[in-house]
Design a protein around this ligand. Structure first.
Ligand SMILES: C[S@@+](CC[C@H](N)C(=O)[O-])C[C@H]1O[C@@H](n2cnc3c(N)ncnc32)[C@H](O)[C@@H]1O
Length: 324
């Protein structure tokens, strides 16, 4: 049986202090949620403290990949108005039948829309679409890791936050109410079905440098096959076109392609045909390791991991490997 209210957390120097300011400035009095608990030491306590002081329910959602943190969350959320919800946030949003929220902090999957290995969908943009309908007008949605023009963060992951926020958190549905460090916050102005506003995005200079460097060293790359189907694959296409020009031949494939087709205006070939493809294959997907295995099993061998030369993309996954 759940009991009472949580005690206020002693940590007043929480790096998420801006959330506290938002909660107070916009006088949030209803229910509050976060996507992304992790260890429960950042946003969690600020949001919990707020409902303890002002009422409303608090929901913390996470896939909880680490058992010990799930146990920790369950112990912390032993109070009547606090709940840990284990599962992918997009699916949770689609099935949500509880009350509408007045505050939502989105800090879960930082990627472009994609399928997880278990078939679940993830991505910042999908979180926005799944949760918009559950926000009260006048409520606040805040995002973590919006890097904006800070080019020192050149990773595809952070670009996904930027893409999603810039595309969907727009008027007349949302108005920008504040930005501090990498937290960007919006107020919901009206209900409605969100549609994306397309804004062309920069290819970070650091990516362009990497591709230019590859071209300088490997002049024999004339024909490309990008393995991937999502925004990351499109990003690879943009990089190739940027460096090799628009005439270079680029084709696509992915693990689910069994018939020929088109994608991003290019030819899409069945996976089976990869075996006879003689140009350069580039992985344009976040599932690098799985795809590497597939390609190796098809007799392809890795020729370069050119992004490895760049520290800034230590964990970046855009077009990382070339296969011949
Ligand atoms: C950056 S951490 C959250 C940090 C936390 N908000 C804080 O302030 O310390 C991101 C969390 O999102 C979770 N996550 C990743 N993908 C998710 C998904 N599709 N649905 C729900 N949670 C997800 C991860 O397990 C991880 O714990």
């Amino acid at each position: 049986m759940k009991r009472g209210m949580p005690n206020l957390h002693p940590n007043q120097n929480n790096r998420m202090h801006y959330l506290k300011e938002l909660l107070e400035e916009f006088e949030i009095r209803g229910s509050v949620a976060e996507i992304g608990y992790f260890e429960g030491e950042g946003s969690t306590w600020i949001l919990m403290d707020h409902v303890a002081a002002h009422g409303g329910n608090f929901y913390s959602m996470d896939i909880f990949p680490t058992k010990r943190f799930y146990i920790k969350a369950q112990e912390e959320f032993c109070h009547a108005n606090t709940t840990a919800i284990k599962g992918p946030s997009v699916a949770t949003g689609r099935m949500w039948e509880r009350e509408k929220l007045d505050f939502l902090f989105i800090d879960g999957c930082h990627g472009f829309p994609h399928f997880e290995g278990d078939g679940e969908q993830s991505g910042v943009a999908l979180d926005i679409l799944a949760w918009n309908q559950h926000m009260n007008v006048g409520g606040v949605v805040a995002f973590h890791d919006y890097m904006g023009d800070d080019s020192s963060f050149g990773s595809s992951e952070m670009l996904a936050v930027e893409h999603a926020v810039d595309s969907f958190m727009t008027e007349p549905f949302y108005s920008l109410i504040g930005i501090e460090s990498t937290i960007k916050a919006f107020r919901k102005e009206r209900d409605g079905v969100l549609f994306p506003i397309y804004t062309p995005k920069r290819v970070p200079d650091t990516y362009r440098d990497a591709w230019s460097s590859l071209r300088a060293h490997q002049t024999d790359m004339k024909e490309f096959l990008v393995y991937g189907a999502g925004a990351t694959a499109k990003h690879v296409l943009d990089c190739i076109r940027d460096v090799w020009g628009s005439d270079v031949k680029v084709q696509f494939t992915d693990s689910f392609t069994t018939k020929s087709g088109t994608m991003f205006g290019c030819e899409k070939i069945p996976l089976e045909e990869v075996k006879t493809f003689t140009g350069t294959i580039v992985i344009g997907s976040i599932f690098e390791e799985d795809i590497s295995e597939t390609l190796t099993s098809m007799g392809k061998s890795e020729v370069t991991d050119f992004y490895g030369m760049y520290d800034f993309v230590g964990w970046c996954n855009v077009g990382r490997y070339g296969y011949l």
